[in-house]
Design a protein around this ligand. Structure first.
Ligand code: ADP
Ligand code: MG
Length: 304
């Protein structure tokens, strides 16, 4: 069992057609045919969208993505058109809304990894590989890889697991040319972002991008960086000062929430059919503080 603990009812706004409820975002189309992406304060963990929200999280994700799109502008074109709140939309949409180019999304989660963690670590322990790529012996939880690797995954529906796939499988699914472009762009953007994060005392262990094609005259054209980028929801950031391979690293992602959910205090059994319980106020507050800290450390700007 998984999915939404409480399925949200999308807000209707005149002039906007609601397209889709994602785990975190509501997608609409405006009258110009552009995509209106509104990041909620929802939080997902263990394939569930939790019944508690993290105040301001959607704003942090949106503002951090915008900051990164700027840092990356010379490397990769992105989907942002503006941050204008559509007329008639709730005031709460301010800061969490992106008007974007509506792209033909490539159905591949483009993951880059520079360090061993998460599903990469699990596969490495089994087979000394990640997404079928052979790695040297002797790597531990949190080890830096000899060089960053592209480890794609197929995109799963809400409540389902993304599944790591080989590069060859991606090439079969989207064509060799698109696969090569995805890998090149993913590693280029990861390399830049890792360097930027490092200057700020953070390790970018891994991250996930989504790309789409901007269609012109019905023909697929430019490959454009879409979705959110380099946020704590899509990336593992570790404080460099505390990095120590051989154990789980403290991180700016949802580790705090995951730890509480799997602790005795939550009373929740992950393996059961039961949905996860609401988060206690202190877990919500600590998680909010982590997201804000990630924003402040990366951008060097206080959260307003
Ligand atoms: N420019 C774009 N054009 C079309 N779809 C997009 C664009 N940018 C992001 N998306 C899609 O919008 C959705 C974002 O909502 P989100 O809640 O993050 O979804 P998910 O549950 O898939 O993570 C994703 O399905 C993503 O593929
Ligand atoms: Mg998403």
């Amino acid at each position: 069992m998984s999915g939404f603990v409480e399925k949200p009812e999308p807000i209707q706004v005149p002039g906007l057609v609601h397209l889709h409820t994602g785990k975190v975002r509501e997608l609409y189309q405006n009258e110009a045919g552009e995509l209106v992406m509104v990041a909620s304060d929802r939080m997902s963990a263990y394939d569930w969208v939790l019944p508690s929200e993290i105040p301001d999280k959607g704003r942090v994700l949106t503002q951090l993505s915008l900051w990164w799109f700027d840092q990356l502008a010379d490397l990769a074109p992105n989907h942002v058109i503006s941050t204008d709140v559509p007329p008639g939309a709730p005031a709460d949409w301010e800061g969490r809304t992106l008007i974007c180019k509506s792209l033909a999304m490539v159905p591949v989660e483009c993951v880059a990894r520079g360090y061993l963690a998460g599903s990469g670590l699990l596969e490495y322990k089994e087979s000394r590989t990640v997404c079928g790529l052979a790695l040297p012996e002797g790597l531990e939880n949190g080890s830096e890889l000899p060089a960053p690797i592209f480890t794609p995954a197929t995109k799963a529906a809400v409540g389902e697991h993304d599944e790591n796939v080989s590069y060859e499988e991606v090439a079969r699914q989207v064509g060799a040319d698109t696969a090569a472009r995805l890998r090149q762009a993913t590693l280029a953007v990861y390399g830049r972002a890792r360097d930027v994060a490092r200057e700020r005392g953070l390790i970018l262990a891994d991250t996930k991008f989504e790309f789409g094609f901007e269609t012109r005259d019905g023909e697929p054209g430019t490959l454009v960086l879409a979705d959110e980028v380099l946020t704590p929801d899509s990336s593992r950031f570790w404080p460099a000062a505390e990095w120590q391979p051989g154990r789980a690293q403290p991180s700016f992602d949802k580790q705090y929430v995951r730890d509480w959910l799997t602790s005795a205090a939550s009373g929740w059994d992950r393996a059961s059919e039961q949905p996860p319980p609401p988060l206690p106020a202190e877990v919500v507050a600590a998680t909010r503080a982590k997201y804000i800290e990630a924003y402040e450390r990366l951008t060097g700007t206080p959260w307003a």
